[in-house]
Design a protein around this ligand. Structure first.
Ligand SMILES: Nc1ncnc2c1ncn2[C@@H]1O[C@H](COP(=O)(O)OP(=O)(O)OP(=O)(O)O)[C@@H](O)[C@H]1O
Ligand SMILES: [Mg+2]
Length: 265
């Protein structure tokens, strides 16, 4: 297991996003998320823990409005941001949201472009044309994702040529490049071997304190290693939300206790 160093604490009191009585329905009536309330503290990492099918991906996709892409999907409630806007409100532009909220998926999904163009993609979409600015942001994002040294001499190579672990690091760099308010990780190591998993976890760990992170996992070990807070979800309902250390040592709810002790999941 990787031995992570202590990291500087971020102020707790700022709520970056507030999930407020969130309900979500697929195709109009398949009720998957049920009245979920979770505060997301600024520059903290929240693990969304739960068994397969519990609604973790569904919850993350509310944050970047991915559900809007399929007709009939429906949100109720709110995800409030600091500026008072509701992320899932009709007045918020889903395209704009995807710039503000980055997402890294379970399977690395680089674009069929060069390493450089993958990272610069969101910035260019936003209208950034200044070559020096693009170069700086690409270098910074690749450095923050721990990939710069490995790729700096081949930025114009196709991203598909990278190993699968490097592709996932590239996806992290792509998500970081637009300096998003929140980054969502949906089981980011589930298709990776142990060495790549350790590397990705280390990269995510290094982002702690710098960016607000939500990470979906079914692994208690991963939640324990990476998160400050854990939200435990079962069948689309929030069972418990607490500091990770507290929840794993002394869960309040029987369902959490059962999951942690391995009776379920
Ligand atoms: N497009 C969809 N249409 C209808 N139901 C869906 C759709 N996508 C997911 N579901 C259902 O919503 C529930 C939650 O699924 P979700 O993918 O969010 O779970 P999860 O916790 O991410 O689990 P896993 O990643 O292990 O599948 C499941 O019952 C799933 O079958
Ligand atoms: Mg999922």
């Amino acid at each position: 297991m990787v031995n992570y160093p202590e990291y500087p604490a971020a102020p707790e009191s700022i709520v970056r996003a507030n999930i407020d009585r969130l309900n979500f329905y697929y195709s109009g009536n398949i009720h998957v998320l049920k009245n979920v309330n979770i505060p997301i503290y600024d520059r903290k990492t929240v693990a969304i823990l739960g068994a397969p099918g519990s609604g973790r991906t569904t919850l993350l996709k509310c944050f970047n409005r991915m559900h809007d892409l399929a007709p009939g999907n429906r949100y109720e409630g709110a995800i409030w941001l600091q500026d008072g806007s509701n992320l899932i409100g009709t007045q918020v532009d889903p395209i704009d949201v995807r710039m503000r909220i980055g997402m890294v998926f379970d399977r690395p999904n680089p674009l069929p472009k060069s390493i450089y163009d993958n990272v610069a993609y969101g910035l260019k979409l936003r209208g950034e044309k200044d070559r020096n600015c693009l170069n700086d942001r690409v270098e910074q994002a690749l450095s923050d994702a721990d990939l710069w040294d490995e790729v700096k001499d081949r930025l114009n190579h196709l991203a598909a040529k990278l190993s699968i672990g490097q592709q996932q690091q590239l996806c992290i760099a792509r998500a970081l490049a637009t300096e998003p308010e929140i980054i969502l990780f949906d089981e980011p190591t589930s298709v990776l071997g142990p060495i790549d998993t350790a590397k990705i976890e280390e990269s995510i760990y290094k982002l702690k304190g710098q960016v607000t992170i939500l990470i979906s996992t079914h692994s208690m070990q991963q939640a324990a290693r990476l998160s400050d807070y854990t939200a435990f979800i079962e069948m689309g309902e929030l069972i418990e939300f607490d500091r990770t250390a507290k929840m794993f040592a002394e869960p309040n709810q029987q369902q959490t206790r059962d999951y942690i002790s391995g009776k379920f999941g």
